[in-house]
Design a protein around this ligand. Structure first.
Ligand code: GLN
Length: 321
């Protein structure tokens, strides 16, 4: 079926989804990172970026929250750019774990393989791969500049969040050293873990995340800045990773009920990619048991439903400009 949407229909759907979801209760802020536990639980925003560069924002869309695990998508793109799809498959993997994001068990089960760059283990490995090897500052520059290019505007670390995470990341330290044991850390271990912790502590807005999602949906060309951030052939690779593990052990249920590949972070952000059509992001701090924002999930699902969209529906979707 052909579906033609107007911008005002999309604007209306985002506004309606916001109204419908804003009073949803349930979930709790991440409490294992002290900074996140203290964020206002009522913050809520939805942003959509269309491929002509239009950004639709409703709610707290300029609030800078911790990007957390959504950053895994952006750094996966960086290592895909630097090494290519085959090397990422060999050095990290592209499989779902079916287990929580911070699982040590998953590393053991997968025969020492980090599985995917979108869980903690694979993301720490991805940070270890970022070029230039051995140069902590150069690697960080590559990571933060890549975030700015994908999001269409610069982002900075929230110092208090970085401190909070660094002081409490004992599980991630275990993951990093276990991976080192299996020769899956390709640079200094402490440096790789620190880069991962720092990228998770970057402050980002739902507006920026929707532009990043729009860049992936647009085959690597940022729809707002028009910068060609990555090769078109990498877009389906990154969307595949997102659709297989974006919500960890809940990913299958998410894909089954939402119709859009999406990735969450414990800061409350969700980034969704509808290839060839739009990027969407939502943000609200309270999380479900798998660490996915309750309200942001509801909001993205609601927008998809109101627009009658689903990536597996087989429809040809156009947005009138
Ligand atoms: N920095 C967090 C961690 O490593 C990110 C987890 C997440 O967002 N799911 O635990």
């Amino acid at each position: 079926m052909d579906i033609t949407l107007t911008k005002s229909q999309i604007q209306q759907a985002v506004q309606d989804a916001y109204n419908e979801c804003k009073d949803i209760k349930g979930g709790a802020n991440a409490n294992y990172i002290p900074y996140l536990a203290n964020i206002d639980s009522n913050l809520f925003g939805i942003s959509v970026t269309l491929l002509d560069g239009t950004v639709i924002n409703v709610g707290d869309t300029e609030y800078k929250f911790g990007i957390e695990s959504v950053s895994k998508v952006l750094t996966a793109i960086l290592v895909l750019k630097q090494y290519g799809a085959q090397a990422v498959l060999e050095k990290i993997g592209a499989d779902a774990t079916g287990l929580p994001f911070n699982s040590i068990f998953a590393i053991l089960l997968e025969n020492d393989h980090p599985s995917t760059p979108l869980v903690n283990a694979g993301a720490i490995t991805a940070c270890s791969m970022v070029a230039p090897k051995g140069d902590s500052w150069g690697k960080w520059e590559a990571i933060i500049n890549n975030i700015a290019s994908l999001c269409g505007s610069p982002a900075q670390v929230i110092d208090e969040l970085y401190k909070s995470e660094s002081e409490t990341n004992f599980n991630n330290r275990s993951i990093a050293w276990l991976l080192k044991n299996y020769n899956r850390i390709y640079d200094d271990v402490d440096m790789s873990l620190d880069l991962y912790t720092r990228q998770c502590s970057v402050g980002i807005t739902s507006h920026q995340l929707s532009v990043c999602a729009g860049t992936i949906a647009n085959g690597g060309v940022n729809p707002v800045t028009k910068e060609n951030v990555f090769e078109r052939e990498l877009a389906p690779k990154i969307t595949t990773l997102i659709s297989s593990v974006g919500f960890y052990q809940n990913t299958g249920d998410w894909m089954y009920t939402s119709g859009i590949p999406a990735k969450s972070g414990v800061g409350g952000g969700v980034l969704g990619v509808y290839p060839g059509v739009m990027g969407i992001a939502a943000f609200a701090p309270p999380l479900d048991g798998a660490g996915n924002s309750v309200k942001a999930q509801a909001a993205v699902k609601s927008v998809m439903k109101k627009l009658g969209l689903g990536v597996f529906n087989g429809d040809c979707v156009k947005v009138e400009s």
